[in-house]
Ligand binder design. Sequence first.
Ligand code: MLC
Ligand code: AMP
Length: 504
Amino acid sequence: MTNPMYETLFAPLADAPRPFLTLADGRKISAAAFHDLIARFSHTLRACGLEPGDRVAVQASKTPQMLALYGAAMASGIVFLPLNTAYTPDELEYFVSDCGARLLLVDPGRVDALAPLAKRLGIALQSLGPGGSFDALAAGHPTRITPAARSGDDLAALLYTSGTTGRSKGAMLSQNNLLSNAETLVELWRFTEKDVLLHALPIFHTHGLFVASNVILRAGAQMIFLPKFDLDQVFDLLDQATTMMGVPTFYTRLLGDPRLSRETVGHMRLFVSGSAPLLAETHLQWSERTGHAILERYGMTETNMLTSNPYDGARRPGTVGFPLPGVDLRIADPASGTEMPQGETGMIEVKGPNVFQGYWQMPEKTAEEFRDDGYFMTGDLGMIDDQGYVNIVGRAKDLIISGGYNVYPKEVELTLDDMPGVLESAVIGLPHPDFGEAVVAVLVPTGEGPDERQILGELSEKLARYKQPKAFIILPELPRNTMGKVQKAELRKTYKAYFKDTAA
Ligand code: MLC
Ligand code: AMP
């Protein structure tokens, strides 16, 4: 194959009259029409001066155009860099300059706001989606393409992940990393061309882009492609779907709605959850209410999917199931990397064709996260039970997962510590009924004390909304151990019921 990703996932759409996308307003886009768009966008990327191996960065709403751009990047051998639409221009600037993108695509309404940034970085700026300048350029291009020659080892995408310290890192994913995972999941979860996936996840992260979209493309199936998770839209369109993938917040919100019943989901084949822990309680409530056992799986940006509960066989609440075929997973002593006996808790370490190629231009950081024998340290603490199911029992990394989005406390603390009235801060995740965990800032004030509204105002210029604290707790000092280290575990324990019974 001259371009495995394009040929496997996107070429089969060409000239196929079958439906591919159903949009929120009921409009359908055929596979053939979608492929025409991919071809036009591919020519347009080249006309904008991008060569195979160059990066295209995109921060745009979830539209068919955004998904077609992904296909076009693959067809042209261009590395796709999708960015969370919640990122502020400050956040965006780092990603775009770090990866040396040649072109930045944004929503039409954001061009004016981002033009100075693009000028400063010397990068071309176009808008994508209805009324977009990129779409207008594309209209003049042909609907046939010859894909760029690429091998499975060539880079397909760069996804940025934050870290416990320092700068965000661009995880380099090759064509084979993505394809091998899609192939495994199609088989394991029994996807066929008869499936219709209700797709309400964002497509700038692994879950919505690589798990959901790649699986559907590989299976030759179709999607109900919603701009975001909206309960009314989901209930309106659910009866046309056979499967859904979501973060746990999708399931708790659906459970909170009286429309959810055995009848409303009677025709569904499969519900998948991931990106954050699904409470055993949610799993059980879902089974009682709908008769379906949610299939929970576990993965990471750097590794794609790693484990899954079985399709046939018991889907155990509170576990993430078995290592995927082809994935070697071990529980190791975090300090030495020595494998631990079954039943003991340690670092989850993995190896396989799905594991990424390293961090963009950060060879030292990459080396730090791999063992000498090639295992990648996930930063998750786990245990394998007597039936072989992997249980995630904690995190070695200081990370909060809020509604499926990762928030690294250090980034929020550094921003807070710079603000007037703040002497120091500790950012923690507390159990939250809607988001699973919510970001909370514990602040020690200087003399006058901080003004919360002013802080939130300043934070919104610097940090995406989902990273901003949902609550502030003011203390005269932070609890520290004898070494002077802030005891976040103690803070989490003291305030664990903070959001209990709070309406979402
Ligand atoms: C939105 N807000 C959030 C938030 N999402 N705050 C904290 N955590 C979140 N996840 C903010 C909004 O800006 C808004 O702020 C307020 O919270 C409520 O808005 P909302 O309209 O209710 O939010 P909503 O659009 O419904 O979003 C919630 C959500 C969404 C859960 C549907 O966050 C979502 O789609 N999450 C999926 C994330 C995901 O795909 N993760 C996969 C990563 S890949 P205000 O104050 O303005 O009202 C990965 C690997 C793997 O992890 O294994 O899959
Ligand atoms: P990200 O960096 O956004 O890809 O997030 C990856 C992290 O999400 C993993 O390292 C886990 O901590 C977490 N995660 C993903 N799936 C699950 C799951 N099913 N249960 C618990 N944590 C999960």
